[in-house]
Design a protein around this ligand. Structure first.
Ligand code: G1P
Length: 217
């Protein structure tokens, strides 16, 4: 690595100075809304951000910071969205922009549905793993019943907020997403992250070029 070991110690210690870290365990895989509910004692009483670590988002301004800025314009819950291919719609929460909403980055929603069939989808805008959740989300999680795949779906809790007249918006984030939950996404995420790093960029680029030259097709 060519790095002084004490630099590496500093690197591992730096995150501990950025925030106070706590962990809770979800005893059984009962869905994302259930996982959020497990964190209730830690975040209750104020809006909070939810990030899925298997969705890697590389952006000049971190996507969570983009959502926090959007919150100033649209207090309430906000989901990060991107256009998804028709064939991929059944893998995402899909949003329904409010009637008359234009093509702006920040769009008020009329509905949101978990993993619909493509034919029934209200749009091609799929939710990716970054959310701002307003503090009422816990009341709505208590109200919903198990939904898609018999899990407590966060999407259903957001739909419940909308049904109660609360503000839920979508934000078309700026940046690139890598779904590390799939083999190709996992590999591309590592390559893309390495190409952003001055200490790795040249080596990785050179090795990739060699590999591609050996396998032109
Ligand atoms: C979850 C959410 C879904 C969202 C997706 C983004 O689904 O339930 O609404 O679009 O994350 O990655 P999962 O990928 O856990 O099946």
């Amino acid at each position: 690595m060519g790095r002084n070991p004490s630099d590496l110690v500093g690197l591992t210690e730096a995150p501990a100075r950025l925030a106070r870290f706590s962990a809770v365990r979800q005893p059984r895989p009962r869905g994302i809304a259930d996982a959020v509910r497990c964190a209730r004692p830690l975040v209750e009483g104020a809006p909070f951000a939810l990030l899925f670590p298997d969705d890697l988002l590389l952006a000049e301004t971190p996507v969570t910071a983009q959502l926090i800025s959007a919150y100033d314009c649209a207090p309430g819950s906000i989901v990060a969205v991107q256009e998804v291919a028709e064939a991929d719609i059944p893998q995402y929460g899909i949003v329904a922009p409010a009637p008359g909403a234009g093509g702006e980055r920040l769009t008020p929603l009329a509905g949101i549905v978990e993993k619909p069939d493509a034919a029934a989808a209200p749009s091609h805008l799929g939710v990716v793993g970054r959310y701002i959740l307003s503090e009422t989300i816990f009341e709505h999680i208590e109200r919903i019943k198990p939904g898609k795949n018999s899990e407590l779906q966060l999407t259903d809790a957001l739909a419940s907020q909308l049904a109660a007249g609360e503000s839920v918006s979508a934000y078309r984030y700026e940046g690139d997403r890598y779904d590390t939950g799939r083999p190709a996404g996992f590999i591309l995420a590592g390559v893309a992250a390495a190409l952003e790093r001055p200490d790795l960029r040249d080596t990785v680029r050179q090795r990739l070029e060699e590999l591609l030259a050996r396998r032109p097709n």
